[in-house]
Design a protein around this ligand. Structure first.
Ligand code: ADP
Length: 186
């Protein structure tokens, strides 16, 4: 599941995971869990996350590998907020290939910047996330997305797996757009 911060990746991934028996893997959630648990890793990553910058590739790649290797009974995985750089995408491809798996689909939620900022400011009121509460941090996250993450769409396009999906509308409408895409590959 791909898209800028605030595009609805998390919301939609949870419901898609339930419907298709997938394990939902959100690197953002995993990192926030480290922060909440007060681990050494969490402490090291907190300033990076609060500034809206990306944590080092090797940190998230190791987290994902560990989850893939400890999961049974699922039809597959839905990655949310990962890969976020071309290096992470390359690492994911290698990791999956080594385990006899592949990327089947890359769903790209498209939402304009004004709507993203609006949604994140609203989310801050309920999420308590510091990176949602500060407009400068929101702006930086969108800029980081454009500079480092958007190139991953080209990676998906070359692999023939990317599908652009309109991410503006009701949650149910967007969900059915995403499901139509999933149905084309199962
Ligand atoms: P959002 O997509 O709404 O910005 P996430 O929960 O996906 O939120 O990510 C929150 C923060 O966690 C990011 O701004 C970044 O600092 C860190 N993070 C999450 N996933 C990654 C990743 N794959 N690579 C690097 N940093 C990440």
């Amino acid at each position: 599941m791909f898209g800028p911060p605030g595009s609805g990746k998390g919301t939609q991934s949870v419901t898609l995971a339930e419907k298709y028996n997938l394990l939902h893997l959100s690197t953002g959630d995993m990192l926030r869990a480290e922060l909440a648990a007060g681990t050494e890793l969490g402490r090291k990553m907190s300033a990076i996350m609060a500034a809206g910058e990306l944590v080092p590739d090797d940190v998230v790649i190791a987290m994902i590998a560990q989850k893939i290797d400890s999961t049974t009974g699922k039809a597959g995985f839905i990655f949310d907020g990962f890969p976020r750089t071309v290096e992470q995408a390359d690492a994911l491809q290698v990791m999956l290939k080594e385990r006899g798996m592949k990327i089947d689909l890359m769903l790209v939620l498209e939402v304009n910047d004004a709507e993203l900022t609006d949604r994140m400011k609203k989310r801050a009121l309920v999420s308590g996330r510091a990176d949602d509460a500060d407009e400068a941090v929101i702006k930086n996250r969108i800029a980081v997305y454009q500079a480092k993450t958007e190139p991953v769409i080209e990676f998906g396009r070359r692999a023939g797996v990317s599908r652009m999906v309109d991410g503006v509308g009701s949650i149910d409408e967007i969900f059915s757009r995403l499901c139509s895409q999933v149905e084309t590959i199962i």
